[in-house]
Ligand binder design. Structure first.
Ligand code: GDP
Ligand code: MG
Length: 181
C-alpha cells in the first residue's frame, strides 16, 4: 500500500456481486456509518466517498457501488474497471447462489483488467444472519477461504447491519475521546 500512497491519495474501489447481497448497504455503512433504512435497487452505479487516515496519511476511498445484472452493464463495464485500485467481490453468506455467482464476476474482472493485477477482496456479507441450525444452507467460512485462496483474494466476513464493534479514539479539541464504533 505504501508505494501506492506516494502516487495517489484517492483510491477507486469497485464493489461487485449478485444483486441483493448488500453492496449498497455496505457502501452506505462505510461512507455514512449506518445501515440505511430503505434501499432501492441500484441502477448503473452509485458513487460514495469516504476518507480514512492510515499511518497519518489522509486517504480518500471512492466506492463504486454497481448494479447486479442490469443489461446495460455491458456498455458501462469498461468504465467501471478503468483505473481501479481494488475490487470487492461480495456474496451473501446465507445465499449459496450468490456464492456460486462469483465465478461470473471473477470472469468479468479478468476480461476487463487485462494486464493489471488488481488487489481483490472476497466479502461474505450478512454475517449477522448466520444460523448454526441451518449451516448446510449457508456458505461456510472454509469454502469461502478456499475460493479466496484459489483466486488470490483476501477474505472477510462482514455485516452491513451489525458490524463488529471496535474501539476508536478520536481527538476532540484537546481531549482524546474513545468510543465504540
Ligand atoms: P445490493 O443489491 O447488493 O446493492 O443489495 P442491497 O444493499 O440493496 O441489500 C439487499 C437487501 O439485503 C436489503 O433488504 C438489505 O436490507 C439487506 N441487507 C444488506 N446487508 C445486510 C446485512 O449485513 N445484514 C442483513 N441482515 N441484511 C442486509
Ligand atoms: Mg445496490
Amino acid at each position: 500500500v505504501s508505494s501506492l500512497l506516494g502516487r495517489c491519495r484517492t483510491f477507486k474501489v469497485l464493489v461487485i456481486g449478485d444483486s441483493g447481497v448488500g453492496k449498497t448497504c455496505l457502501t452506505h455503512r462505510l461512507c455514512a456509518g449506518e445501515f440505511p433504512r430503505g434501499v432501492e435497487a441500484t441502477i448503473g452505479a452509485d458513487f460514495r466517498d469516504t476518507s480514512l487516515e492510515i499511518e497519518g496519511e489522509k486517504i480518500k476511498l471512492q466506492l463504486w457501488d454497481t448494479a447486479g445484472q442490469e443489461r446495460f452493464r455491458k456498455s458501462m463495464v469498461q468504465h467501471y474497471y478503468r483505473n481501479v485500485h481494488a475490487v470487492l467481490f461480495v456474496f451473501d453468506v446465507t445465499c449459496p447462489a450468490s456464492f456460486n455467482g462469483l465465478s461470473a464476476w471473477v470472469e468479468e474482472c479478468r476480461q476487463n483488467s487485462l494486464g493489471h493485477e488488481i488487489p481483490r477482496f472476497l466479502i461474505g456479507n450478512k454475517s449477522d444472519l448466520r444460523d448454526p441450525g441451518r449451516a448446510e444452507r449457508q456458505v461456510s467460512q472454509e469454502r469461502a477461504t478456499s475460493f479466496a485462496k484459489a483466486h488470490g483474494m483476501v477474505f472477510f466476513e462482514t455485516s452491513a447491519k451489525n458490524p463488529p464493534r471496535r474501539q476508536v479514539s478520536r481527538q476532540r479539541g484537546d481531549r482524546e475521546v474513545v468510543y465504540q464504533q
